[in-house]
Design a protein around this ligand. Sequence first.
Ligand code: SAM
Length: 246
Amino acid sequence: MTAHLSAPSLDLLAEQIAALLEEPSTSHGLARTLRAVAKEIEISKYHRTSSRAWPNGRIDIAPEKVQIGGGAHRIDGFYNIDAVPPADLLWDIREGIPLQDGSVQFMFSEHFLEHIDYPNSAKHYAREAHRVLVPGGQLVTGVPDAAFVLRHYPDNPTLADEMVERWYAKRDCLGDINTFLDLINYVFRDQDDAPTYTPHLWAYDREKLTQMFTEAGFRAIEPWDFDPTIANPKRQWGSTYVIATK
Ligand SMILES: C[S@@+](CC[C@H](N)C(=O)[O-])C[C@H]1O[C@@H](n2cnc3c(N)ncnc32)[C@H](O)[C@@H]1O
């Protein structure tokens, strides 16, 4: 007989995982995996609540400017969609963008794309962004620049300290991230055992972004001039941004 995972059983699973994570006998490796499951359950619960409100996967307002995966970085005048609070709408973007066709003028995301899996979710996201934009609408995407770290390897070891200081200062990890290869691991994997951080699942450079957004149907992809009134200033250094026009 196949067990059907209903919402109450997900709640129960979340409780059981929380209890196991409190247990001193839970091994490090198991705890790491359980935290990842707990995170997906959390995202799934938020997504389920929102998709109950919008069962056809489209909300009934049509914001002109949208930020995806902004986290705590809210932008004035933008409608913020993220998997977890704080956001105007909690939605798992791997399930699609819950906006009407041809309704958005401008979309923005930074340090989001590398957190969803490639190729399925990333390419789905690119196609969905193309779908929801008006003709001539624009999508700005910023990611950690894999080409930047590779270009400087192995000649500029202090760059690792600088990047960790700029991007990960709150993480108190300089004691462990202290060679250039550690920095490359961060950009490509971001999978140390800090419990609250989510991994990078794919690395991008400008060429990769250009190829992916071209494939999704965008007609022009250009470098984007960093605008600190929109973007998170701490992301400028070491990131690459492109603007794709539908
Ligand atoms: C590293 S944070 C970047 C936050 C902000 N853009 C910045 O640069 O400071 C990645 C953000 O993407 C969001 N995110 C990750 N996976 C997501 C998904 N499947 N759907 C929606 N948002 C997601 C996370 O919740 C988080 O807010």
